[in-house]
Design a protein around this ligand. Structure first.
Ligand code: CU
Length: 123
């Protein structure tokens, strides 16, 4: 049975609930504030051509295809996505390694597909 023995116990109980509420509140705010980076895929380029991320900082890549289905492949960041024709996908990534990387379209999209890439810099 739940019983309040003294004002001290009551205070402790109230503080515990406050701390819990505070924690979940903070987590919710953090999830909502993940920076979004917009990228557009269109035969035969990504726009922008280059984005810069921070090592250890979580970002959401929002990739939109303006025409056909494209790929978005970058092994060091464990990215291997497909962006269906005309659609938008969200990919959450936390880069763990600094460097300059080239993302390629790995879904055949036409004659100049082999040159479709963009640069991701992690610093
Ligand atoms: Cu392609």
């Amino acid at each position: 049975m739940f019983r309040i023995d003294s004002p001290k116990t009551l205070l402790f109980t109230v503080l515990s609930f406050s701390a819990l509420a505070g924690l979940t509140g903070a987590a919710r705010v953090r999830a909502d504030s993940t920076p979004v980076i917009e990228i557009t895929a269109k035969r035969f380029a990504f726009s922008p051509e280059k984005v810069t991320l921070k090592k250890g900082q979580t970002v959401k890549l929002r990739i939109h295809s303006e025409d056909v289905t494209h790929g978005f492949f970058l092994r060091p960041l464990k990215l291997d996505e497909e962006i269906p024709a005309g659609q938008t996908i969200d990919v959450t990534v936390t880069p763990q390694e600094a460097g300059t990387f080239t993302t390629i379209c790995d879904h055949f999209c036409g004659a100049n597909h082999g040159n479709m890439n963009m640069t991701i810099v992690v610093e």
